[in-house]
Design a binder for this molecule. Structure first.
Ligand code: UD1
Length: 440
């Protein structure tokens, strides 16, 4: 198993380009199950993208990597699937019109977002069999809202032997009121509604930019969608979709992770390929802590905060502060002056990284859904264990600012959602290496 070895305290300097968004790429790739062909640009080289391509292949979608090949930024010995091979981010995708409709446990268990195949499969093939995703470390994460919405649209759903079986004689447009603005739930219903008979409205819809990206992509294919990015989306069903070429939006969370890295250790870091208006909640927190970002076009330049001060935040659905940035902001709070507070409102168990950060010298107490950070700590390198994707990124940032050597075990989590993060950080001057963990 791979691990990262980091020698902390080295300044970050230079330019880094943000990759395509994982959370936009996955639903757009799954929408291929609605039929037809298209070309995608800016597809990030991630383990979750590989998992999605494998699942799509099983479901009868052909995907082909196109374009002039250039070496992956992650060429090397111990690399996750996909990295180290040639990667252009350009794909041609075409549904072969087969009858396959099952997403098996082996793939779904490695990536919860596999449930995104339910909506388009039901809409196009009128049938879907998808393994229940099961629990995960950051909380129960049920998909009851997805399932109830499909029932409202005319699907019959049963659950047997750990599988969801869904079928319909044809989805019909409906008014769906979400009890919570679930992101993948909104995307799943949106994809189903695009080919449903009549008009669907989604009330209390998720407003995340990745939902807008999916809607813009579907609009480019001829879907009829209004209101994406607001809490009320209206979709008028169409009979089929046409070809298009589309570039996936930038990854907000990767951009935010580099921003925190720059705030910790930047000797001028220029982050390219971002739309600052999509990350205002992250920028606002950094400004409160003393950062002085310079925004120019699609770049943000930031240096280390000379005397960072603590702040308070609450994770919330967009446009609030993203839960996916909660682990990464903690090391900055740990070294800041004064106390900070983080209230996690999206997932019930998303502080597993705190114990590991405390082992590195942070002083963070958890009280239910609140983390109280006593600032002014000097972090020290230690051997720590990554427990999930964003927790891993938080530990990498802690390791970069800590004194001495940090070893982060189980970094396969980070490969799910960050494209060659160690190579990008290394290019900025960080001392970070991917190593093969010693086996017991
Ligand atoms: C998506 C993102 C993930 C991010 C999260 C919140 C993708 C692929 N993943 O995950 O990175 O952390 O949004 O911004 O885009 N819930 C229910 N029932 C449901 C659905 C959700 O109770 O049917 C609850 C969840 O348990 C959680 C909350 O709603 O507590 C938010 O979940 P949701 O917005 O659905 O997150 P995901 O779409 O899974």
């Amino acid at each position: 198993m791979d691990a990262f070895r980091i020698v902390g305290g080295h300044p970050l300097r230079g330019t880094v380009k943000v990759s395509g968004s994982k959370n936009a790429a996955l639903p757009i790739l799954f929408s291929s199950l609605l039929g037809g062909n298209f070309t995608l640009r800016n597809v990030p080289c991630l383990r979750d993208v590989q998992t999605t391509l494998s699942l799509l292949k099983q479901l009868g979608v052909a995907t082909e990597s196109l374009g002039e090949k250039k070496p992956s930024p992650s060429k090397g010995k111990h690399l996750p699937a996909g990295q180290g091979q040639e990667w252009t981010g350009l794909f041609s995708i075409s549904d072969q019109g087969g009858a396959e409709y099952e997403a098996p446990y082996d793939l779904v268990r490695t990536m919860r977002a596999s449930v995104l195949c339910l909506g388009p499969l039901l809409a196009r093939k009128r049938r879907a069999r998808v393994s229940l995703p099961g629990g995960c470390l950051i909380g129960a994460r049920p998909i009851d809202i997805h399932l109830k919405s499909f029932e409202k649209m005319g699907a019959r759903i049963t659950i047997h032997h750990g599988y969801i079986d869904a079928e319909t004689k044809g989805l019909k447009g409906s008014e769906i009121i979400l009890p919570y603005p679930t992101v993948t739930g909104t995307e799943n219903i949106l994809m189903a509604a695009v080919l449903a008979r009549g008009t669907t409205t989604i009330q209390n819809a998720a407003k995340e930019p990745e939902v807008i990206d999916l809607a813009n992509f579907l609009l480019a294919r001829g879907a009829k969608i209004k209101g994406a990015g607001t809490s009320s989306i209206t979709i008028e069903g169409v009979t089929d979709l046409h070809d298009t070429e589309y570039a996936i939006m930038f990854d907000r969370i990767e951009a935010g992770t580099f921003l925190v890295g720059a705030a910790l250790l930047g000797d001028r870091v220029r982050i390219e390929g971002v739309d600052p208006s999509r990350i205002t909640s992250i920028l606002r927190v950094l400004l409160n802590m003393g950062a002085e970002p310079i925004m120019e076009g699609d770049t943000i330049t930031l240096g280390a905060i000379a005397n960072p001060v603590g702040t308070s935040l609450r994770t919330l659905p967009y446009p609030g502060f993203p839960t996916d940035m909660q682990a990464q902001i903690l090391p900055l709070m740990a070294i800041s002056k004064g106390a900070s507070s983080v209230i996690e409102t999206v997932f019930e168990n998303r502080f597993t990284h705190v114990m590991e950060m405390n082992r590195m010298g942070a002083d963070i107490e958890i009280h239910g859904s609140q983390a109280i950070v006593r600032g002014g700590s000097r972090l020290e390198g230690a051997t720590v264990m990554a427990s999930d994707l964003r927790a891993s990124a938080g530990l990498v940032l802690a390791g970069l600012v800590a004194e001495g050597e940090t070893e982060i075990k189980r970094v396969y989590h980070i490969d799910r959602g960050y494209e060659a993060i160690e190579k990008k950080l290394e290019s900025l001057g960080a001392r970070i290496k991917r190593i093969q963990e010693d086996l017991p």
